[in-house]
Ligand binder design. Structure first.
Ligand code: AKB
Length: 338
């Protein structure tokens, strides 16, 4: 049977997945194939040629997809986020690392049979960084891709290792064979900051306090923020995250000087977020009830990242700074929903 050309997206039911499949459907004629542990939200089925409910650890499913489709690109979004991963670290390792290895292996196999490299997008995270604590975090400010790679969470360890696995498959795979130097996987990764969507609420992350605060205010529910008022970390709107993925994947190979990039947009404190939410929802009841364990995780993440390489190499520029994020995207979008 001749294989059908397509693009594979895992984690289609996640926040990034929802945004990405609708954006990809608008810009490509290729068939989109989705894979998620849960049945895809029916509202998104129209974007996909096939939607598979199954586990990325299930070899039978991957073998079936491998035999039916010829993938030009794989967007591997499926993952367990940072807070959830701390409750089941071994499971997180299986999903986040073994799952990624399965997809990279499939990409290599696909590239061999296609005779062309397969593009592979991997969403990494600022959780790959690990600062000793608040004093160091406040002292160093924005950090570059190579600094402080000492993750303190299972999720951060998983993401950092998978960046390395992707780099291995892109640059060093089969280094002892006659095929040494053949690029099979065109691996590209973004280290995302916390993401805020006007449409969906995240689950299982540690940056969730920002979107949770906003969605609770819009719903009229009280909210206790689980980090201190002075807590600062980088954030970005979901449309900017999707734009970043598309832009990086479209960038000509020769303009890319690294396989893993920081991208940034804005980095408000939790107090500033509260103030901005209250400006549009003045009756919102937003307090602070610090969860020390989650606080320590955010204290080990940088207050900002240096996004110079993304800007220089593929012209990264967020559409939404802090004010535009609220005025042009979050507030209008969220008012439509609740
Ligand atoms: C999380 O909080 O786990 C994620 C992340 C920062 O990667 N949003």
């Amino acid at each position: 049977m001749i294989r059908r050309p397509g693009i594979l997206i895992t984690g289609t039911n996640g926040e990034i997945g929802h945004g990405l499949i609708s954006a990809l459907a608008r810009q490509t004629d290729e068939h989109l194939i989705g894979l998620d542990i849960e049945e895809l939200d029916p509202a998104f089925k129209e974007y996909l040629w096939e939607s598979v409910a199954g586990n990325i650890l299930d070899r039978t499913i991957l073998d079936r997809l491998n035999s039916q489709y010829e993938f030009s690109a794989i967007y591997h979004l499926a993952a367990l986020l940072s807070t959830r991963a701390e409750f089941s670290p071994a499971t997180a390792h299986q999903v986040n690392v073994d799952g990624t290895l399965n997809l990279l292996t499939m990409a290599v196999d696909q590239a061999r049979t296609r005779g062309q490299p397969v593009k592979f997008f991997f969403p990494s995270s600022i959780a790959v960084y690990g600062l000793a604590g608040l004093e160091e975090k406040n002292r160093i400010g924005a950090i570059s891709e190579e600094q402080y790679l000492f993750p303190r969470t299972m999720y951060g360890c998983n993401k950092l290792y998978c960046e390395m696995l992707g780099t291995y498959y892109a640059r060093h795979y089969q280094q002892l064979t006659a095929e040494a130097g053949t690029t099979r996987v065109d691996f590209r990764a973004l280290r995302f900051p916390g993401l805020i969507s006007a449409v969906t609420a995240p689950s299982g992350g540690t940056s969730d306090y920002a979107p949770e605060m906003l969605h609770a205010a819009a719903r009229g529910s009280p909210y206790d923020c689980f980090v201190r008022e002075d807590t600062t970390m980088p954030f970005m709107t979901m449309p900017d995250a999707i734009r970043g993925i598309l832009k990086l994947m479209e960038a000509p190979r020769q303009s890319i000087t690294r396989l893993v990039y920081n991208i940034r947009a804005f980095n408000p404190s939790a107090a500033r977020l509260r103030e901005r939410v209250l400006a549009d929802f003045p009756k919102a009841r937003i307090g602070f009830a610090v969860d020390q364990a989650r606080q320590a995780m955010v204290d080990s993440w940088p207050s900002d990242v240096d996004g110079t390489a993304a800007h220089n190499d593929w012209d990264w520029q967020p559409q939404h700074d802090f004010e535009a994020a609220f005025a042009e995207y979050l507030i209008p979008g969220i008012r439509e929903q609740y």
